[in-house]
Design a protein around this ligand. Structure first.
Ligand code: F6R
Length: 246
């Protein structure tokens, strides 16, 4: 039986963020010791801000949760303000009561890619898998840093970022030369093993890839298309991102 992914239409970015934060907060309330898979990038910033707001109001408690992030740039230290570690601290970890020792990202400072990846696979296995995985959607259909490819990579691996991803991420760096060329990312199998998946998408510039990824053929050339095979995916997208769908 094919289970259709749920698509929740939000009015705009703020509405998308609130709806996504509601789904995450329901997960934390229902299972206070859950494992959340987390994403960086622009799209989830508002979702994290909403969660922080509810935490400040006393409505949410993160003290029992564990987090595993999707990815990290290879070569950036935790102190580098472009590292995903830094991002998570700025937007969530430093603002709520999650236990620092229960937050995990691939180690960007580990130069040995095989070691970094196998260490991270072990972390994910040790925490017992992901209950709810939050994902953004790249313009080329990437999820995590699983870039378009001939194959779906199963587990954590080191990727060469594509030109389009390097250009998209350039906005965060002083110059394009400073954008790292490689990253460590969770693989497709690990993402697909999450019990639930929540995808957040915003903006007209994502409308074409939303249609292609969620209604086009399932292919590693559009990595997010594999999500069509997962039986519990919710996409929360604003009207602009859904504008190419009937
Ligand atoms: C971030 C990540 C990426 C982003 C994607 C969309 O951890 O893994 O896949 O989710 O590049 O980024 P934004 O939200 O900046 O459009």
């Amino acid at each position: 039986m094919v289970i259709k992914m749920k698509i929740i239409k939000a009015k705009d970015y703020n509405d998308m963020s609130r709806k996504a934060a509601n789904i995450i907060s329901a997960q934390v309330i229902m299972k206070p010791d859950c494992v959340l898979g987390l994403a960086t990038g622009s799209t989830p910033v508002g979702t994290y801000a909403q969660l922080v707001d509810w935490y400040n109001k006393g409505d949410l408690d993160f003290s029992g949760i564990t987090t595993v992030n999707l990815d990290e740039y290879k070569g950036l230290t935790k102190e580098n303000d472009q590292s995903y570690y830094y991002f998570m601290h700025e937007h969530l970890f430093g603002k709520v009561n999650v236990k620092p020792e229960r937050t995990f990202l691939p180690d960007g400072t580990e130069p040995d890619s095989d070691k970094a990846c196998s260490d991270y696979n072990k972390v994910i296995a040790d925490v017992g898998g992901v209950d709810l995985q939050l994902l953004g959607l790249g313009h080329n259909g990437h999820i995590g840093f699983n870039e378009p490819s001939e194959i779906f990579e199963a587990e954590t691996h080191c990727v060469d970022l594509t030109e389009s991803t390097i250009k998209a991420n350039q906005r965060f760096f002083a110059s394009i030369d400073e954008v790292p060329r490689q990253a460590y990312t969770m693989g497709i199998k690990t993402i697909m093993q999450a019990k639930k998946i929540l995808v957040v998408v915003s903006g007209a510039d994502k409308a074409a890839i939303v249609k292609e990824a969620f209604f086009g053929p399932i292919t590693p050339k559009v990595p997010a298309s594999v999500l069509q095979l997962h039986n519990d995916v919710t996409v929360v997208a604003d009207e602009a991102a859904l504008s190419e769908l009937k």
